[in-house]
Design a protein around this ligand. Sequence first.
Ligand code: F6P
Length: 413
Amino acid sequence: MRVSDYRRKKLELYGTHEFFRPDHAANSALRLLATRDAMQDCAGWLSSGNTVAILDGCLVTKEQRREVFEYFTQQLGYRILFVECICEDPAALERNYQEVIQHNVDFLGMDPSLAAEDLKLKVAHYVHAWEPMDEKNYPRITIDTVSLEMRAHKITGHVETSVLGYLGSVTAKPHTLYFSRHGESEYNVIGKIGGDAVLSARGERYAQALATRINSMKIPDLRVLTSHLRRTIATARGIEAPQEHVAALNELDAGVCEGLSYEEMQEHYPQEFAWRDQDKLRYRYPWGESYVDIMQRVEPVIAELQQSNNILVISHQAVLRCLIGYFMDKKPEELPYMEVPLHTIIRVSSCGFNYRIEFIKLPIECVNTTRNKPVNCSANRTDNDALRTVPAHYDIPDPWRNPGNGPSLVQQH
Ligand code: F6P
């Protein structure tokens, strides 16, 4: 929860740095109320079963930190971990200021040189109010965002040590990442999931078009990551850049349903199919995986992407939902339904503290593989209700290579 978002709810217009003067009683009270609103929402998030909440704000005084500490530990019984980011490098600060005035809504439409001046005065108010974080009883991590030097105090347990590891892989430098699914596979064409199918004729054309497009972009020091599966390796083949095959980028393991179409899943495992629709994020295929499992398995890839620039990841629908969703700050529940279409380059670039996403669709036809959540998710629904949102597909793997009587598109409903 970002305190600045809560401040904007109370006071839509930013105005000037004057709002942040520590000696202005009314404005300080308003900022305190915004912090308290964010604290309450963090508490709500935790009480609804989540393990970590992030309160993102400037707790520069000992009094501000005391209130937050007491609320979460003494009143609510949670552990708290303060993370203090330090940056004293003038060049890095200047870069950060430029990013903020360009992308932060507070400075939207303001003359850039006036905005820069105002931002520096705002920071000066914080510097003036700042009291070093030397409280002995608070668990904390202090990180220098340029040298990445870290100091840890009173860190215990799995979650806090994971946060420490995570912070070690964060970069404050602007960066751009590219993502693409493999070209359309023979399984995609007939609506089957999983497996290790080869590309369809149209998928091969996408691989060529992707290579031509990416090579023409002359992306400096580009690296390509693919999964271990044939369809991603074949998709990357023509790209002139070093390539690594990473098992963590393999598609969601559908266990007993590998190689089935959604229609066959409904026919053989209607109960499983309904359970998946009821909670697609947590549902784990028998002998297979869930989206939550993927989120854990791609953690090392995310750590790598966080500190890299100009990487192209060629992977699969479910895995890319988790990776792109992470950078786009999606809620876990939204991930399994995100649109990650075939034959599209997805560029994700940092802008300030957020990321911007662009879809570059290449003009090669392909099937759609997104199955939206059906209205009826109950176990005793009819086949029609279960299959209502299954996207159209063909009845033979590559109708363009083996035309026979002409390709016939199977549209379920
Ligand atoms: O259909 C292509 C595919 O990559 C399958 O291999 C995979 O099981 C599926 O997408 C994941 O999508 P969803 O979670 O929406 O079924």
